[in-house]
Design a protein around this ligand. Structure first.
Ligand code: NI
Length: 167
């Protein structure tokens, strides 16, 4: 296993739209393992392949407190979305930035697992937020793009300043 480098907003590669996984092979299984390791190490509760510069529809999430409820979702699709909630979000691609985003309260997501079997996950609360956030990445969308233009400008300036300091 290995840790994967995570793209940082506003890297243009975060805007790429991911393609469906055509075949679940050893490469996909290795990618899922490495992504899970990278997510736990960060630490984070979700990671999309887009964030590690692989533009395939694959996400890993674990919103449990015990960090033992890993879900690997291949070709995820939202079947049901209901209600709304506003939750403070962060993102491993936007370090140090947290803000409230409106999302559906309840979602049902259909996906393939690593064996290629069709599964569904019925989620509300934090897990529902996490699934919507990660699926946004697969569409080339980062959570800050849900915020006002002014907030986005402030975030870009803050991140540019951070990059200069650490460079
Ligand atoms: Ni994210």
């Amino acid at each position: 296993m290995s840790l994967l480098p995570i793209l940082r907003f506003p890297d243009p590669r975060l805007k790429k739209v991911a393609a469906p996984v055509a075949r679940i092979d050893d490469g996909i299984r290795r990618l899922a393992r490495d992504m899970a390791e990278t997510m736990y190490e960060a630490p984070g509760i979700g990671l999309a392949a887009t964030q590690v510069d692989v533009h395939l529809r694959l996400i890993v999430v674990d919103a449990s407190e015990t960090k033992d409820q890993l879900l690997v979702l291949i070709n995820p699709a939202i079947e049901v979305q209901e209600g709304s909630q506003k939750c403070e979000e962060g993102c491993l691609s936007v370090p140090g930035i947290y803000d409230r985003v409106e999302r559906a309260e309840h979602v049902v997501v259909r996906y393939l697992d690593l064996d290629g079997s069709e599964q569904t996950v019925d989620a509300s609360g934090l897990l529902a937020v996490c699934l919507q956030h990660e699926m946004d990445h697969l569409q080339g969308r980062v959570f800050v793009e849900h915020l006002s233009q002014l907030k986005q400008l402030r975030i870009r300036n803050k991140l540019a300043k951070q990059a200069r300091i650490t460079a």
